[in-house]
Design a protein. Structure first.
Length: 241
């Protein structure tokens, strides 16, 4: 633990985030699921604190603060689950990084049927900043929909829609091409609700037939091939926050 952690101890969920396990909210979920132990005892209280000499484990594996902050851009293919394991035996994103020397966690999710840019990092604080709604980090999706999309549907997508929870924030929607068999749109949102772009398009009557994330904040997918990844440069990491 660093000097500030040693002096007074920190809340367990904050320590896990500092170790790169994920956002603080995700770490709270892990604790309440009884997957975290301190000194061999399962931790089930969010208010517990850890300090110098405490041994913290997640699913039986020791958790340590990493000295190097790393962020990876990965072009996720369709057919991979964004999780560490899948009870159905499907391929997961983390299968690609089993031999990576640092423990990585995905920043948010990307649907099984979607592809494109996924960020992974060992920096829990950065994960929380990128995902928290108050920061409004933008994400852009190249979206294919059925049919020739109408002006009315475009205006509804841009203005906000009720998709079952609350009205979505305004989105930037540009038509790339269109025709009777389908339309291609570039949709930029500043939220991260579950399957949000798909649900928005379904709400206006133009279901998604293909979805690829091409930008996350300032990071572009670029020429990265499907299944390929690269570490971000120091300048790119700084641009993320």
């Amino acid at each position: 633990m660093d000097e500030s952690t040693q002096s007074a101890g920190v809340r367990l969920q904050k320590y896990l985030a500092m170790c790169g396990v994920g956002s603080r909210r995700h770490c709270e979920t892990l604790i309440t699921a009884r997957r975290v132990s301190v000194n061999g005892v399962v931790a089930d209280e969010l208010g517990s604190r850890v300090g110098a000499g405490d041994v913290v484990t997640l699913d039986g594996r020791p958790v340590h603060q990493e000295t190097k902050r790393v962020v990876i851009a990965y072009n996720k293919p369709m057919g991979e689950i964004v999780t560490s394991s899948d009870p159905m035996g499907r391929a997961t994103v983390m299968d690609r990084f089993r031999d990576y020397p640092l423990r990585l966690y995905p920043v948010g999710r990307l649907d099984y049927d979607s592809e494109g840019l996924l960020l992974l990092t060992n920096d829990g604080a950065l994960t929380e900043r990128l995902l928290h709604p108050r920061h409004g980090v933008s994400k852009a999706y190249l979206t294919r929909v059925s049919g020739n999309i109408t002006r009315e549907a475009l205006e509804r997508l841009r203005g906000g829609l009720d998709i079952g929870e609350r009205v979505t924030a305004p989105a930037d929607v540009r038509v790339i091409r269109q025709g009777p068999s389908g339309s291609a749109l570039l949709i930029t949102i500043h939220e991260g609700r579950n399957r949000q772009v798909r649900r928005m398009c379904e709400a206006v009557g133009f279901p998604v037939t293909g979805l690829r994330r091409v930008r996350f904040g300032p990071i572009q997918l670029g020429e990265l091939g499907r299944g390929e990844w690269r570490e971000l440069t120091a300048r790119e990491v700084k641009a993320l926050g």
